[in-house]
Design a protein around this ligand. Structure first.
Ligand code: AMP
Length: 129
């Protein structure tokens, strides 16, 4: 059974896409903790981030770096925080979250954004990458 993120990578489930190349994909988290909260995944399904081989791990981080730079231009903030949790979806992924203080990286506090706002944010981030 493919992961939900594999289904997204295959285009079988929609997402608010931010960036992609042949190997990696970035899209908005559907339950964001901040505006612009983005997930970065390898299209190739591996459950746990730290089980990626070195080459794919470094490739994912370089892709995340490019996305983070665009994200900060699109959603002004002090820093883009990077987090790895991975308890809910067994497909390696990195969270990129715009923050202005440490307390902004709080995964128990979710925002409710309209589909229009999510589309607008995804488009603005994509334009800035
Ligand atoms: P975790 O595995 O603990 O890092 O959490 C998985 C994250 O994926 C959560 O923040 C979810 O809101 C997010 N998520 C789950 N399903 C989707 C989806 N279909 N599209 C976008 N984000 C998702």
């Amino acid at each position: 059974m493919p992961s939900v993120f594999s289904l997204i990578a295959a285009g079988e489930i929609p997402c608010y896409k931010v960036a992609e190349d042949e190997r990696f994909l970035a899209f908005l988290d559907i339950n964001p903790i901040a505006e612009g909260h983005t997930l970065v995944i390898p299209k190739h399904e591996v459950s746990y981030l730290f089980d990626l081989d070195d080459e794919e791990y470094v490739g994912l981080e370089l892709f995340a770096k490019k996305v983070a730079r665009g994200l900060q231009r699109a959603v002004p903030c002090v820093r883009i925080a990077e987090a790895v949790i991975g308890l809910e979806v067994p497909h390696a992924h990195i969270h990129l979250v715009p923050i202005n203080s440490e307390g902004d990286l709080n995964f128990s506090k979710k925002l409710t954004l309209t589909p229009e706002r999510m589309s607008e944010l995804a488009a603005r981030i994509a334009e800035n990458i």
